[in-house]
Design a protein around this ligand. Structure first.
Ligand SMILES: [Zn+2]
Length: 68
């Protein structure tokens, strides 16, 4: 899992920090489901309820920002 994540990020030019992929473009749950193993590894995610991007390191849970 960890090795797979590291390889995926190296190939995609993505940085991992504190166990999370430091993606600039927020990912939707639908997109994340295409890479199931990495589903909970994305830092920036799109809320399923309000469709706003949020940063899981500051607030939110799973694919919910919890502010809407
Ligand atoms: Zn929301």
């Amino acid at each position: 899992m960890q090795a797979e994540m590291v390889q995926f990020c190296e190939e995609g030019g993505l940085v991992i920090e504190a166990g999370l992929i430091q993606n600039e473009q927020a990912i939707t749950l639908k997109e994340a489901k295409e890479m199931k193993n990495l589903m909970l590894r994305w830092r920036r995610r799109v809320c399923e309820s309000c469709h706003e991007a949020f940063d899981i390191t500051t607030h939110g849970l799973f694919y919910q920002c919890k502010r809407c």
